[in-house]
Design a protein around this ligand. Sequence first.
Ligand SMILES: *Cc1c(COP(=O)(O)O)cnc(C)c1O
Length: 351
Amino acid sequence: MSFFSKKADEILPYVPGEQPKDGVYIKLNTNENAYQPSPKVKEALNNLDVSKLRLYPDPESTKLRETMAEVLGVNKENIFVGNGSDEVLAIAFQTFFMEKDNILMPDISYSFYLVYSDMYNVKAKTVPLNDNFTININDYLVPNNGIIIANPNAPTSISLSRDEIETIVKNNPKSVVIIDEAYVDFGGETVVSLINKYNNLLVIRTLSKSYSLAGLRVGFAIGNEELIKGMNKIKDSFNSYPIDFVAQTLAIEAIKDIEYFDKTRNMIIDTKQRTKEQLEKIGFTVLDSKTNFLFIMHKNKKAEDIFNYLRENKVLVRFFNKPKTDNWLRVTIGTDEQMDRFIKIIKDFVE
Ligand SMILES: *Cc1c(COP(=O)(O)O)cnc(C)c1O
């Protein structure tokens, strides 16, 4: 006999990248932003009205949703917010996919999709990527009950164009198509502007990567008002107050500071380009990244050996020991100084 439910007994949980307790590592393993959050966040934190913590926060995160809506050119009724986009994804799975079969997703993608599939009794149908890790959109123009794609995809870093996503959405009018744009701010093409044209499109975003706020836990979804209403029903059946007062207050400031947001994401895009060129010079294949990380493979050194050597030298990257990806490494783009150090160490090893 077990105290656990069948689900708790059986489920294989998502395994996040390592968060070392000591600060000696150069952390290029979990796609956090290399830069500090906007200085406006610090200012707002210093000025925070602590007496407000006595009260429950706004259950609808109204001001935060208004701020997001304004920046994205949609209405606040088109926005759903959650405690990190992982929670938004969980709510979306429950709202649109729970207990359904034939939900299409790439075989190599964000591994949480399969965990949520298990959790919510979704029969996922994984669609193999092409050998060069690209997505063949024709694979998604077949009968299905739902689709989820990360665009740009992770850990491959590769992106589909806006037109390609539109083709998938347009040809699946009876399925909800979820596009996880966690990394889109680093060079991808967003499909947010299509949410009013297609009532079956849900876009998911996060402040964790491009806004340097992984520790704040704020994610959001953008979609047709009816889709958002459905998600709110599930949210209010689970947790009415997913975004605490501090997170609502600070997230607003980060989103309003567009200048800082553009400056830091462009710095990462530049550092990425430079790092890619340096890696190619020393024998790496580097996929065309529209994210804040690179997916790389060396022509004669094994990924696992490179991973271990980097680790011994206090640099953490991500190694996915699974078929098809077990000779590749995912490397987050850090600051210029961090990437110089990374290149020096990896160069010593491969040469
Ligand atoms: C990081 C990531 C998320 C989760 O982000 P949080 O908002 O921190 O929960 C979701 N999807 C993808 C593809 C990611 O890489």
